[in-house]
Design a protein. Structure first.
Length: 194
């Protein structure tokens, strides 16, 4: 072999063979062994080396970071999705309805009831056909169809952000969703209320 080679370090069959031969000839085993360049040159070997302290310290930092990330996870994941089909619909009287799907994953170990509401638009109406609050069993995911009905005059540029709150005992999640509607040029929806 030629110097320190990874293949030799991984194989190590010569260590066992050499130790067996050294015992047969009555010599001290360990002629071929795992060692460091410094130990071979100085003849000294110390357990108290920087690596002995560095590796456990890195391991403690990684394990701590792992638990911090895990503890920061909420008891629910919420994703707001645009409804299937038409992006919006102009209703009788000029009100505008947007379809939305709310995907909720209950990460807790207990069944939970989640209440959906609109935070920043008092004139808007949030309709959950299956009933509000929505019950979701422990460790399950459910997608809820939701209708948001607003006045048609809020859509100055064809869209309007709205803040949706999803609440449950010990949970208060706010997500922003962009409602779409007619542009300000459409006079048929001016002054409409839900």
């Amino acid at each position: 072999r030629n110097g320190l080679q990874m293949e030799c370090i991984g194989c190590a069959q010569c260590i066992d063979a050499c130790d067996a031969v050294m015992k047969k000839v009555g010599r001290k085993p360990g002629l071929i062994r795992y060692s460091s360049q410094q130990a071979l040159e100085d003849g000294r070997w110390s357990l108290l080396r920087p690596r002995v302290f560095l590796y456990p310290a890195i391991l403690v930092i990684l394990v701590t970071a792992f638990f911090v990330v895990l503890s920061g996870k909420g008891t629910a994941d919420v994703v707001l999705l645009r409804g299937l089909g038409r992006p919006f619909m102009i209703m009788e009287g000029g009100a505008v309805s947007n379809q939305m799907r709310v995907k909720i994953t209950n990460r807790s170990g207990e069944d939970a009831a989640y209440t959906l509401s609109i935070v920043d638009m008092p004139d808007a109406e949030l309709v959950v056909p299956d009933g509000n609050p929505v019950s979701i069993p422990a460790s399950e995911t459910r997608t809820i169809d939701v209708l948001i009905v607003t006045g048609g005059d809020i859509f100055a540029s064809g869209s309007q952000p709205v803040k949706i709150a999803i609440t449950a005992p010990g949970l208060d999640i706010h997500r922003t969703y962009r409602l779409v509607g007619p542009t300000g040029a459409d006079e048929s929806v001016k002054g409409a209320t839900p």
